[in-house]
Ligand binder design. Structure first.
Ligand code: GLC
Length: 738
């Protein structure tokens, strides 16, 4: 026995010695125990110019999944590419491409596969505008963890999410993709999303993916609510409203940022050196990389700031855009630009270094392949369904409930269920549906049948389409209503009416839907409950008086229908509050809660409306129980800047149903060097309160973090003076001293 072992040992030793003699040792960048910084530098110095340029380029793969397209794509793909937007969800195909990068290229640099997982991968959660209404960041984080796991197992290591654009113009279709109008709320959900996608660690483990803070920045200010347009953004507004959520996301460790399409007061985001380099990279110390938006570098010519593709590439790279999405402008021009000294090798190396660092942090060099497990074990797992159902329920907002018609009374024996949404699963999904499949999405009708199984008979009629002149089905709707005790109308928007390139000049429901409501009201007199599925705030002034209740159900995703049914039946007690204001009419836009006070608060009223107030303010939402707020207590009424102030309030559930209540704490600073919003949300907390129980909510006010405001240079200004804490209908003054 002994002899072979000695012989084998000798062979191994000889092999080891010979390879050392020839100098063949594992390159440092391949040593998974070496520090990432060293691995990056070792790899960078080995790279040719072409290899560097390819790392700065991102293309698509699997745009349509017919086999001959994939075969052609595979044959034309340059495996040295830095990243691919992966439109497939097959880990085997993804691994096949990755294998080419690892084995067929000189340095074996892995490809970073990305995709738009905006509100879920296969398990679809509510659209982000709905999730923000839950005010439940812990739950939102769990949803992102699930999305990360399903994405990772689909071969995706990078999501272009969270979208954290503050939006106050519901004409803009992309308002559906963010968390509403408020910088603080959006900041909290940015943090929750980054931690959900990436996990806690700096090194992302095998079931997390890189996040993207997008679209940097102020994209939601799109002129006229139209997409891709000019945005007039003052430095004060940048620092006060649009930058905070990105700063929160960067501090939470986001690995990437996507620059936005819009022209920011004359300097498009893609070439905005002040924002991309001075603020993001130098001031904030962001160590990840910036990816452009789709073709945004080439689009600089349309924006009138570059005469040709060379100028596009030169301006974008030198401003701080590291990776070029889709248009190939970097790959086509950087070599020439280097030769002409119009870009620097130092800047190019910095961009490559950032991208390689993220790839190392994702573990792609050491574990480049996706584990292949059956789709049935990847997607829609029980935990995922539980979280999706709970988040859908918590995101829904009860806007009206006249005489407590909801939840549906046990005396109701028949309901007319009417509207284009009743049997439509597809439009419950919303824009950016990830990998979700409509066959996994339960329709409202099926959910109602399960919820009321036999206790209440359902009379269905479509009534109308989403938007047409055809009223031929009105009669059947009216008949269904006449034979029923109550009517539930399921109306709203199609998926394609919100999201990218989906602006609408009028945010009322289409006329045919409004006419259906009025026809049923006038022809039957039955009580009408309106359930809305939509991707933006709607102007409901025309029809609000005609309905007894309104449930804003948004586009709630895979498990949304059962959440709607649960709220209607009373199985679920609604707890959502609006993260965005609902104007009375389109003409009121923009109207949002943290506006500045008018110089003449009692004047300047819309003559045709008689009010400047919206239909529903940010923070509004009803529930099936009642809460009593005790007197807010302050630990002091005067503090120094270095002291803390603690505010508490006892909240009692005085109703008969358990519930979850979100307490929103606002600060008002009525006299400052520059005017402040009439109030600003600075803290929120959502707690479960059983019927009859009292729970204490607490807000620890650290003056620097809570009372300071940024000036137009981003400097934090903390001024002594009078402040007010506002919670519920209480407003308490306190003084801040030097
Ligand atoms: C789109 C969107 C952006 C998305 C990207 C990749 O145009 O603006 O949000 O992540 O392209 O699909």
């Amino acid at each position: 026995m002994k002899k072979p072992l000695i012989f084998l040992t000798g062979i191994l030793l000889l092999a080891g010695l010979s390879s050392l003699k020839k100098g063949y040792k594992t390159p440092l960048y391949k040593d998974e125990h070496a520090p990432i910084k060293q691995r990056v530098e070792d790899l960078l110095k080995r790279m040719t110019l072409d290899e560097k340029m390819m790392q700065l380029s991102q293309y698509t793969f699997g745009l349509n999944d017919n086999p001959n397209n994939i075969e052609r794509e595979k044959s034309t793909l340059d495996p040295r590419v830095g990243s691919l937007i992966y439109f497939g969800n097959d880990p085997i195909l993804r691994n096949e491409i990755q294998k080419r990068a690892i084995e067929e290229t000189r340095l074996g640099i892995p490809i970073l596969f990305g995709f738009d997982i905006i509100h879920g991968c296969k398990t679809l959660f509510p659209i982000p505008l709905a999730t923000g209404c839950s005010f439940d960041t812990a739950l939102a984080r769990k949803a992102c963890e699930i999305a990360a796991r399903e994405s990772y197992l689909s071969g995706i290591n990078w999501t272009f999410s969270p979208m954290i654009n503050i939006a106050r113009d519901p004409r803009w279709g992309r308002i559906s993709e963010g968390y509403g109008e408020d910088p603080y709320t959006t900041s909290m959900f940015a943090i929750a999303s980054v931690k959900g996608y990436q996990g806690n660690k700096n090194i992302i483990d095998s079931l997390h993916i890189a996040a993207t803070l997008k679209h940097y920045i102020a994209y939601g200010l799109s002129e006229g609510g139209r997409d891709y347009t000019y945005t007039d953004v003052s430095r004060q507004a940048l620092w006060e409203t649009y930058l905070p959520a990105f700063k929160a996301g960067v501090d939470a460790g986001a690995k990437t940022v996507m620059s936005s399409f819009n022209d920011i007061s004359g300097t498009p985001a893609t070439i905005n050196k002040y924002l991309l380099t001075d603020v993001l990279k130098n001031d904030w110390g962001f160590k990840g990389f910036v990816v452009s938006d789709w073709d945004a570098i080439a689009q600089l010519m349309a924006q009138g700031v570059a005469k040709d593709s060379m100028a596009c590439a030169q301006k974008a790279l030198m401003a701080g855009t590291d990776m070029d999405m889709l248009d190939g402008i970097y790959e086509q021009n950087l070599k020439e630009l280097l030769k002409e000294h119009r870009v620097t090798m130092q800047r190019m190396d910095d961009a490559v270094r950032r991208i390689l660092t993220v790839k190392f942090q994702l573990g792609l060099f050491d574990h480049p392949y996706t584990p292949v497990i059956p789709a049935s074990q990847r997607y829609l797992q029980p935990h995922a369904r539980t979280i999706a159902s709970k988040l859908a329920a918590e995101s829904m907002v009860l806007l009206k409930n006249k005489k407590n018609i909801l939840p549906i009374s046990s005396s109701v024996k028949s309901i007319a269920v009417i509207g284009p949404m009743v049997k439509d699963s597809f439009d419950l999904m919303g824009a950016w549906r990830g990998r979700a499949d409509v066959k996994d999405v339960e329709s409202i009708y099926t959910a109602l049948q399960e919820e009321f199984n036999g206790k209440i008979s359902l009379h269905y009629a479509k009534g109308c389409d989403f938007d047409s002149k055809d009223k031929s089905d009105f009669d059947s709707a009216i008949q269904a209503a006449k034979i029923s005790d109550e009517v539930i109308l399921f109306l709203g928007e199609k998926n394609g009416w919100s999201g990218e390139n989906a602006s609408r000049s009028n945010i009322s429901l289409p006329k045919v839907q409004e006419d259906l409501i009025k026809a049923i009201k006038e022809k039957t007199g039955k009580p009408v409950i309106l359930v809305l599925n939509n991707g933006r705030p709607l102007a409901l002034a025309n029809i609000e008086p005609d309905v007894n209740a309104i449930l804003e159900a948004w586009q709630p995703g895979t498990l949304g229908a059962s959440a709607i049914a649960g709220i209607l039946s009373g199985r679920i007690n609604p707890s959502g509050k609006l993260d965005v204001t609902f104007p009375l009419t389109t003409g009121q836009i923009p109207v949002f809660y943290d506006m500045r006070q008018s110089a003449r608060p009692q004047s300047g009223i819309y003559q045709d409306l008689g009010t400047n107030d919206p239909m529903y303010w940010f923070g509004y939402g009803l529930t099936y129980t009642t809460y009593h707020f005790g007197k807010v207590k302050l630990s002091a009424t005067s503090i120094k800047k270095k002291q803390q102030l603690i505010a508490t309030v006892h909240v009692t559930n005085t109703g008969t149903r358990d519930g979850e209540e979100t307490v929103l704490w606002y600060i008002s600073h009525p006299e400052a060097t520059i005017s402040r919003p009439q109030k600003e949300l600075k803290h929120f907390q959502k707690l479960g309160i059983k019927a009859g129980q009292t729970v204490t909510y607490k807000f620890v006010i650290n003056p620097k973090a809570v009372l300071a405001y940024p000036n137009d240079k981003g400097e934090s200004i903390l001024e002594a003076g009078d402040y007010y804490l506002m919670v519920g209908n209480q407003k308490l003054r306190f003084e801040l001293r030097n």
